[in-house]
Design a protein around this ligand. Sequence first.
Ligand code: HEC
Length: 112
Amino acid sequence: MASTNYNFLFFISTSILLVCCSPISFKPTQDDVGLANKKWTNVTIEQLNAGFKFYTAKCSGCHFLPVPNEYSEKRWLMILPEMSEKSKLSHEEYDLIQKYVITKSYAFTKKK
Ligand code: HEC
């Protein structure tokens, strides 16, 4: 059925557009700094921005960049050590990426 296929394609392209082109969900904000400091202390917007930069640079080579809030903090803590090995992250990169994704996982409610 051709119409079904078109719907499917529309769904896929819309999803890709939403993921690629929604700066709100990926870029750290001042609100995120507040969230981050509920868990850690003295986290700055610069640190979250650096985490975001490393995240996009190191985590999109093998698969699409995961949407941070697709996973809960608990899941990230299981996923990150494994992915860190794959990306050969330095200790600093690991720390910044972890702060970034866990903060972003708080910022939204959709979780699995
Ligand atoms: C060398 C390739 C490679 C790099 C670099 C890489 N990944 Fe992955 N990633 C994979 C593969 C392969 C899978 C699927 C199989 C698995 O879970 O091991 C995966 C799966 C995932 C998943 C889904 C896990 C799940 O259980 O659903 C997430 C989230 C993820 N990666 C995040 C990251 C993050 C964050 C980084 C950067 C720190 C990263 N990946 C870097 C190869 C990579």
